[in-house]
Unconditional design. Sequence first.
Length: 76
Amino acid sequence: MANTNRNSFSSENPTPKDAAELYREGLKIFEGDGVEKDEFKGAQMIAEAAELGDEDAKYWIEDYSFDDDAGVQGAS
């Protein structure tokens, strides 16, 4: 099945470039930058990028506290 997402992120063999793209897309969604704002979905994408090793995503997560549902509680 073809990837129908508008970004080129591949979860099968993620690369640092994939993680960086996932972080950028997640940040856009989190902030509502040109897309419908969805903090929950954006935070999930950023967390996944951090797990894949993206340093910007890791830094972003350090600045926020999360509850058990991965919802953003606020800047620390």
